[in-house]
Design a protein around this ligand. Structure first.
Ligand code: S3P
Length: 459
């Protein structure tokens, strides 16, 4: 297998626009598909996960037109209402997208047919009980083919975990009140989507607030949904109404790699246009600012507060301006983890280049992402000379990083995980000597044009 070579660079400068947010885009396909009219989705990202989302609904009989090759990528989804799907001929392959599999289970729980769902190698290793359990209590019948003791999760009793492939037979759902044991936007979303099909009101209570894209989009599509602090209530058995056109703001998770790169390199300045600034996703910006990063938000638009752009009226967005700075170590507490869960790998890179100690508390969920990101990042960064330690304390997993003067290029691995791969490329760009990374094809999962956008910033 060939290695990708990262050579150190001296600075980055320029203006970029990023592909649409993956979480928001996945939800836009699902919710448009269960609404009985056409929805045009602009700035739709052509990454693997989002393309699988489209593929899944095509298998369920939904027409989706794609215009992804032009400068303005969009898709048009011709939804057929809550019950308009066709029963697929065989099992549906969902690729490696946890978001798609878990959220689609929510809508399939409301259908009166049986369907199998198969997944790729990495998703087939990821826990599903967190969604199958609440959906079963709503009345869905779900069988998991893979059952074995849970993978190592600190503080959790070893009960039998469930993994794909799954078979679901939905229909006749009842509403529930569900107190989520784990802070997961995917679990919350699956239950809320199933709640659309249940009689009465379904209530979901979150232990810590997670990203609220599903709630925002359901409201935009006129669902009867109310939010009171950590409790969300959705009324079922009523059809959604399409706004006909939506714009997907740029992905803040993709932006985070450039925010860190411009912060740690000298003489750097980047403007990132039209990024999603959803408060439930701002953890990375807050953490970097606390570390001393020079990040400013400009031209921001808040839904309901200002004149609406024609197609964007549900998610805040704006420009991010980042300049070089000197970073210092910080502590990120457990309650802030969901707001930056996907940005922890790149934040670990920032912490290596910061002065002093950083602590990330209660990061257990990193064990069950596309790969075990505590392992992938600790192994890789240690090879580059970082001081990084995973520490367990009272059931929680914490990461402790002590900043070093410089990282030294080394041979590292993506572990087949997109965010590990991109984080290690950023680490390598500011390191001494070359860094070699195996298998960076996995980047296509979320950000196929990562390297071409990065190259625009390097002189
Ligand atoms: C996502 C939620 C998060 C996140 C994932 C996308 C979503 O997962 O890590 O990349 O779109 O809802 P969890 O719900 O498992 O925390």
């Amino acid at each position: 297998m060939g290695f990708f070579v990262v050579k150190p660079i001296s600075s980055v400068n320029g203006v970029i626009i990023l592909p649409g947010d993956k979480s928001i885009a996945c939800r836009s396909v699902i919710i448009s598909a269960i609404t009985a009219s056409k929805t045009t989705i602009e700035n739709f990202p052509a990454n693997k996960d989002c393309l699988y989302a489209v593929g899944v609904f095509k298998k369920l009989g939904i027409k989706v037109e794609k215009n992804l090759n032009k400068g303005k990528p969009s898709i048009i989804v011709s939804g057929k209402g809550l019950y308009g799907f066709n029963k697929p001929k065989g099992p549906i392959f969902v690729g490696d997208s946890g978001t798609i599999l878990r959220l689609v289970l929510g809508v399939l729980a409301g259908q009166s047919f049986k369907v199998g769902l198969t997944a790729g190698r990495s998703l087939s290793q990821r826990p599903m009980r967190r969604v199958t359990e609440p959906l079963r209590s709503m009345g869905a019948r779900i069988k998991a083919k893979g059952k074995r003791p849970a993978c190592r999760q600190a503080g959790k009793k070893a009960k039998l975990e469930e993994y794909p492939p799954l078979i679901i037979q939905g229909g006749g759902l009842r509403s529930i009140t569900y107190k989520m044991p784990v802070a997961s936007a995917q679990v919350k979303s699956a239950v809320l989507l199933a709640g659309l099909y249940a009689k009465g009101s379904t209530k979901v209570i979150e232990p810590i607030k997670t990203r609220d894209h599903t709630e925002r989009m359901l409201k935009l599509f006129k669902a009867d949904l109310k939010i009171l602090r950590n409790t969300i209530v959705i009324k079922g058995a009523r059809e959604l109404v399409s706004p006909h056109k939506i714009y997907i703001p740029g992905d803040i998770s993709s932006a985070s790699f450039f925010l860190v790169l411009a912060s740690i390199l000298p003489n750097s300045r980047i403007r990132i246009r039209n990024v999603s600034l959803n408060p439930s996703r701002l953890g990375i910006i807050k953490a970097l600012k606390r570390m001393g990063a020079n990040i400013k938000t400009q031209n921001s638009y808040l839904p309901g507060r200002q004149a609406k752009p024609k197609t964007q009226n549900y998610e805040p967005m704006g420009d991010l301006l980042v300049k070089s700075s000197t970073l210092k170590g910080i502590k990120v507490r457990r309650a802030d983890i969901p707001s930056l869960i996907d940005e922890l790998p790149i934040l670990m890179v920032a912490a290596c280049y910061a002065k002093g100690k950083s602590i990330f508390e209660g990061v257990n969920e990193l064990r069950v992402k596309e790969t075990d990101r505590i392992k992938s990042m600790s192994e890789n960064l240690s090879k580059m000379g970082a001081s990084i330690e995973a520490v367990r304390a009272r059931g929680a997993e914490n990461i402790v990083i002590r900043g070093v003067k410089e990282l030294i290029g080394s041979r590292v691995s993506s572990f087949g995980d997109h965010r590990t791969a991109m984080s290690m490329i950023i680490a390598g760009l500011n390191a001494k000597d070359r860094t070699l990374i195996d298998d960076i094809g996995c980047i296509n999962k979320s950000f196929p044009n990562f390297l071409s956008i990065l190259n625009l910033l390097i002189k």
